[in-house]
Design a protein around this ligand. Structure first.
Ligand SMILES: C[S@@+](CC[C@H](N)C(=O)[O-])C[C@H]1O[C@@H](n2cnc3c(N)ncnc32)[C@H](O)[C@@H]1O
Length: 149
């Protein structure tokens, strides 16, 4: 019971209360390793090139990356893309047996993302693109071609 409570409290902690992972400890779960990997990557960025988050959902990884950028004094621009379209269902259809429609859920997640980044990354807001990576790729290729020509 105590272990369950400790895990629940750990999961509820905001991203700015991280310690290095303890390979022997109960904290050695996927979520913890993901955050450790993000810090590892951000702290060793080899250039000032932008970072791209494909699929920002409610903004957790975006805020964690911003936090580690700040912690390690990295100025790489953070770009995120997500269209918040989760399933190819009619927007009026409900999620499973719930009373929540797909369009209501989409609006909720999109607004949660905006609220979360404004709360935790206000000093370094990411560039947020409301599009899929498939839609972004030709735009990025075109921009790169223009820069290099
Ligand atoms: C598992 S969530 C990502 C979790 C997120 N990184 C976080 O910090 O919580 C998946 C998200 O990826 C988005 N997604 C899936 N495929 C995508 C694509 N090709 N381009 C952009 N976003 C995508 C979905 O809309 C959804 O919001």
């Amino acid at each position: 019971m105590r272990s369950l409570l400790a895990r629940a409290l750990h999961k509820a902690r905001p991203p700015f209360l991280l310690e290095p992972p303890d390979p022997q400890g109960v904290e050695n779960n996927d979520e913890y390793i993901n955050r450790y990997s993000m810090e590892y990557g951000v702290s060793r960025l080899p250039s000032d090139s932008p970072l791209l988050v494909i699929g920002s959902f409610c903004g957790l990884s975006t805020n964690v990356l911003t936090y580690y950028k700040r912690k390690h004094a990295k100025n790489n621009r953070l770009i995120t893309c997500d269209k918040w379209e989760f399933e190819r269902k009619h927007p009026a259809d409900c999620l499973g047996n719930s009373i929540i429609s797909h369009s209501e859920y989409r609006r909720f997640v999109r607004e949660s993302y905006l609220r979360n980044i404004q709360m935790f990354s206000a000093d370094d807001l990411p560039y947020t693109l409301e599009m899929t990576s498939d839609e972004l790729t030709p735009l990025a290729a075109d921009a790169l071609a223009r820069i290099s020509s």
